[in-house]
Design a protein around this ligand. Sequence first.
Ligand code: PDD
Length: 287
Amino acid sequence: MTRTVYVNGDYLPETEAKISIFDRGFLMADGVYEVTSVLDGKLIDFGGHAKRLERSLTELDMASPVTMDELLEIHRELVRANGIVEGLVYLQITRGAPGDRDFVFPDPATTPSTIVLFTQNKPGLADSPQSKVGMKVIGIDDIRWGRRDIKTVQLLYPSMGKMMAKKAGVDDAWLIEDGFVTEGTSNNAYIVKGNRIITRNLGNDILHGITRAAVLRFAREAQMEIEERAFTIDEAKKADEAFITSASAFVMPVVEIDGVAVGAGTPGAVTRRLREIYLDESRRAAV
Ligand code: PDD
């Protein structure tokens, strides 16, 4: 099926959508993105994603070609036009196409930002088989740049990390810096000890996950204990449970790290409860 996508003000069939070869997103990875999930045909935590997008743009001194209200309407129109019940909306804004290659940023008055959105249809996203059995991860070196709090489209190393995981016969990789886990290749990382949920504190070294913020809020409301601090991969291997969060995986159990079973080697009770609370609460607040 040909999707309807959005490019710089127009809704088009995906086969007719075009971007300049001089676009700085293409030449320099000079762009930011967001991924918002769709459940029951509605957007999950759109407000959180819009806020982080504005922050990413501000940090890179990049102009937004649309207001956040317009952005919500574009998201809704694409969900409607493509009949998405469960899936994702991908959004990317780049510093535009100055008509040549130059390291220096172009003048935003003459080079408007590029904006692209498309949907991904994922029936069964909320009821994914992996959430029942959990995922296996390996630890790999975190060699990414120092501003991981900005959601840029520089995703080469995370892609390489996923390939290292695939080669090792597992599902994903956790990134390790100075002995401590930073996050997953495309998700935030957590361990559980007793009833305490432990996840790395916010800083420039991880992405400030929108799912992370919601899960921690729901966990606090449910009187669960939370500790925001760095943990080592060895501590994770000895934990009772482990899991990851992201807009596309929600709360997903991790049952094996570097070949070592975490806890009983099956999705734990705290993780299962958090996934349930997250899905219930997010669905209720979806727009
Ligand atoms: N990834 N950390 C990294 C490095 C990520 O790429 C992501 C999201 C997260 C989780 O953030 P959120 O809860 O806001 O989705 C953490 C998206 C889903 C992606 O690249 O597809």
